[in-house]
Structure formats: C-alpha cells, structure tokens
Design a protein around this ligand. Sequence first.
Ligand SMILES: Nc1ncnc2c1ncn2[C@@H]1O[C@H](COP(=O)(O)OP(=O)(O)O)[C@@H](O)[C@H]1O
Ligand SMILES: [Mg+2]
Length: 279
Amino acid sequence: MSTHAVTGPPISAKGLEKSYKDLHVLRGVDFEVERGSVFALLGSNGAGKTTVVKILATLLKADAGTARVNGFDVAAQAGDVRESISLTGQFAAVDEILTGRENLVLVGRLRHLPSPGAVADDLLARFSLTGAAGRRVATYSGGMRRRLDIAMSLIGDPPVIFLDEPTTGLDPQARIEVWETVRGLASNGTTVLLTTQYLEEAEQLAERIAILHRGRILVNGTLAELKKQFPPARVEYVEKQPALEEIFLSLTGDDDKHAAGTGTGTGPSAAAPARKEHG
Ligand SMILES: Nc1ncnc2c1ncn2[C@@H]1O[C@H](COP(=O)(O)OP(=O)(O)O)[C@@H](O)[C@H]1O
Ligand SMILES: [Mg+2]
C-alpha cells in the first residue's frame, strides 16, 4: 500500500508561513517528527497550533514553505496525505445517540473495512471501553468520549495521527485517561503530533517538545535538552531543575499573560501545575 512505502521523517515542515488577512500567524515554522514518537507542539491560545495542524492535514494551504507527511507533499499529494493520517480535534466528533460500538462500526463502514465489527471490538478493548460498548455515548464521561474519539481516529490504521488539544476541557482524571491512551499509540509505530497549551501535558507525553510563539518555533528538543539549554535560575534551590513552565515563560515572556486570548485563565500559566517554589 502506497501509504506505507515511505522514507524520511513521517512529518516535516519547512518555512511554513500563513496569514489570515493582516494577521501573520506563522512566520517560518520548521520541524521534523521521528517515526513512532510523540511530538508536542506547545503554545498559548492563538499561537497558531491549529493552523499548523490544518496545513499538515491538508485542510488549509500555507502561503509559503513546504510540508511532507508520510513522505507526501501536503500541497501536491493531498489525497495521499489524507489517506495517511487521522485528525482528532478539540471537540469530540462522536455521535451521542449511538453507542460506543455503533460509532466505531459506523466509521469502519465509511472506510469500507471488510469487518468493521471486529475492528470495533478490538479498539473497544484497547481503549478500555468494552464494558461501556453497548451504552449510548450520551452517558459517557468526558474522558470516555475523548478515548472513543481517539479510537475512532485509529480505524484504518493511519501511520500518522494529529491530536489537536486532546485534553482541553477535560477534568484531571479524564486527562490522565487520555494520556495513557496516547502513550499506548506510539508504541506500535504510530507517529503522534499533539498540540497542547498545557505544559504538564507536553512534559508527561512527548519525546520532543517544540514551543510555538509569535509564529516561530522558539525551541525544539527533548525535555532533557530544553532543561540543559536553560540552567536553573540562580535564586533557586541548588538541586532544582527548571520546570518546563519556567522554560516556557522565560522564552515567551510577559506578553504571554496578555496574549492568552480569552482572558478566562486558559493560558499556560493557569494550566500548569502550581509548583512555584521561589520565595
Ligand atoms: N480562519 C481564520 N480567520 C482569521 N483568523 C484566524 C482564523 N483561524 C485562526 N485565526 C487566528 O489565527 C491565530 C492562530 O489561531 P490558531 O491556529 O487557531 O491558534 P491555536 O490553535 O494555537 O490556539 C489566532 O489569533 C486566531 O484568532
Ligand atoms: Mg487550536
């Protein structure tokens, strides 16, 4: 199958630029994601994360730059890219009236799978939803819905998965459930690009973290590499490593408080765990 005959990184972006009228959202975004890894694109509300994901998923055209997904050019080979990916957005796409199993079977049928029932049962088991399989989704918790949503995106075994803010709006317990699900994805070779405004989420899940701010990737590395680049502040306790929160805030600066968008406290500093230890 052509979608598996791939060399090079499963996701690469070079010099991506995008404006919405006068608003220059992406100003040259470059990164690569390794096969079978979880890569976090971390940024405040409005940083341009969804814009990047939409370009990679062929839903939006970049003004400049190139991107390849699963070896295919997003502009010239959009059809091949679409067959290689799944995209799960912030708002769950599950049908509340149907049961969990019915949702999965429906997607399997839409994708013309030979045995959608068997695929559904396998996914229900993998996502710990077997017990709830016959219940209407309307009765599910937030975490169960999101797990079902991610399960639906796996039908057809796409090698590349985009999760756009998979835990925004979930309570802490549901967030942990989704984290466990995402951790399981990369282990079978699936490449996961996840966007988040939660520092802790990037810290917990991603092998590599890229911080998107003012249209550019400010840093990109493993958590250990980021920590090395930003040695502990001198007033900290001697053994203390900088938390990702401190790295993020030192890069994105004060303006972040004001640029956080809605002003409802959904910015990274509000979302990060309370671990201020300085005086
Ligand atoms: N279709 C659009 N038209 C105009 N502005 C947009 C559109 N989509 C997004 N924007 C703006 O572009 C910026 C980046 O948006 P987005 O990529 O959704 O950021 P994020 O996903 O990081 O929150 C925001 O300021 C947003 O308001
Ligand atoms: Mg977004």
